[in-house]
Design a protein around this ligand. Structure first.
Ligand code: SAM
Ligand code: SF4
Length: 392
């Protein structure tokens, strides 16, 4: 196996200094400061897998994406940048990540569209653009248009912080985007600014309205943070329901910056539900909508409105995982918490054929674990996972 960016593994042997923090997850490299690499500790492989491709692979069209445990992959989260105009306290270090991909490191528009097209032929039927903040990628509307035309896919959606949505909602809709999940953790402008380290709530709310007017399907995602925005949860639900939007609460995952936060910041599903008081039906149990990891509770007033919960920690959903992730540099990450990556960009730039790229994807999925190990107190890598680098 060819290992790129060997400095990330310290000569193949990872040495860490365990620091027992309040979360029990804090861990730093023994060598001291973070290196300049975007994601220290990630091992990226490429190339050799494609040389070992069996002759029979793809003879009758590209095989569907599955893993050894029978999970079928139909959903791609595609990060188009590792940059962001916010630096949320649970996601990015103050001042942003140490290292961003330079333009030549990023997948070009052509490479992105080619990958999307290969993956759609392999069974992917929904693509979510993410980042960093996807709307800060220059010409992102043209990128989406290209992906749509090359892959022919109709289910294109995006997760965004909404800061540029007011201007871009309509062009995005015209380019083929059908929906946006806008991240809004609170409707209190001061707390919003604190959590995002500078974000302007007014602009984001203007973006939500523009998205609705443009005909995009809108959902709102909030990361619930104990002692920070928990008191705002009910307001957020009332506001979203008032606009006909489904609000969803995301349980804080102990990855990246969040792994350094105090345990009191983590709210489990039951606590999240408790924040909503009499708004939701408790007895009926939550239901999965069939598309993703969210579970939904109905409004208690029988109006048919609902609120979603994405609870990766207290209610692991890995057994039904249907998603793969590709970073802005073209690394395939079979799992958010995994430290293994497979560079599809390198396969393409080495002259690999579409079959070689598809084979590299199959190889990477073959090594996917059953679960994510978030709850493993001995897992040493969680603080080193950059959500903004992988795309959440
Ligand atoms: N910048 C865009 C945004 O904020 O919507 C897209 C990228 S962001 C990494 C994707 C999602 O991940 C956001 O909804 C964000 O709130 C969520 N997120 C980031 N760090 C998280 C963490 N540690 N636990 C749970 N969700 C997190
Ligand atoms: Fe940026 Fe999204 Fe991360 Fe916030 S959650 S810092 S908006 S990438």
């Amino acid at each position: 196996m060819t290992v790129r960016r060997a400095s990330r593994t310290n000569g193949g042997v990872r040495r860490h200094l365990k620091v027992v923090g309040q979360t029990g997850f804090v861990d730093r490299p023994a060598s001291g400061a973070r290196t300049n690499e975007a994601e220290p500790g990630v091992t990226t492989s490429a190339g050799e897998a494609s040389r070992r491709r069996p002759d029979a692979f793809g003879l009758h069209g590209l095989p569907l994406l599955t893993d050894g445990r029978g999970r079928a992959y139909t959903y791609l989260r595609l990060s188009v940048t590792d940059r962001c105009d916010f630096a949320c306290v649970y996601c990015m270090p103050r001042g942003g990540e140490d290292d961003h991909a330079e333009r030549p490191d990023l997948l070009s528009f052509e490479e992105t569209a080619r990958l999307a097209s290969i993956l759609c032929e392999s069974g992917i039927n929904r693509i979510r653009f993410t980042g960093g903040e996807p709307l800060v990628r220059r010409d992102v509307v043209r990128l989406i248009d290209l992906v749509q035309r090359r892959s022919g896919i109709t289910r294109l959606v995006m997760t965004t912080n909404g800061s540029r949505l007011a201007d871009l909602a309509r062009p995005l809709r015209v380019a083929g985007l059908s929906g946006v999940n806008v991240s809004i953790d609170t409707l209190d402008p001061d707390r919003f600014q604190q959590i995002t380290r500078g974000g302007e709530l007014k602009r984001v709310l203007a973006g939500v309205h523009a998205a609705l007017e443009a005909g995009l399907e809108v959902k709102v995602n909030a990361v619930a943070l104990g002692g920070i925005n928990d008191i705002d949860a009910g307001n957020l639900v009332d506001w979203a329901w008032g606009l006909g939007i489904i609000p969803r609460f995301i349980e804080l995952m102990p990855l990246g910056e969040a792994a350094r936060m105090p345990r009191s910041s983590f709210l489990a599903q039951e606590q999240l539900i408790g924040l909503l008081g009499a708004r939701v039906e408790r007895g009926g149990g939550s239901a999965i909508d069939g598309q993703g990891p969210a579970r939904y509770l109905a409004a208690a007033d029988g109006s048919g409105r609902k609120v979603g919960f994405i609870t990766a920690v207290s209610n692991e959903f890995c057994g039904s995982c249907n998603r793969i992730r590709i970073t802005a540099r073209g690394d395939l990450r079979a799992c958010l918490a995994s430290r293994e990556a497979s560079s599809l960009r390198d396969v393409m730039r080495a002259g690999g054929s579409d079959l070689d790229v598809a084979w590299a994807v199959h190889q990477a999925l073959g090594s996917k674990l059953v679960g994510h190990l978030f709850a493993d107190q001995n897992a040493t890598e969680h603080s080193r996972v950059g959500m903004s680098l992988i795309g959440g």
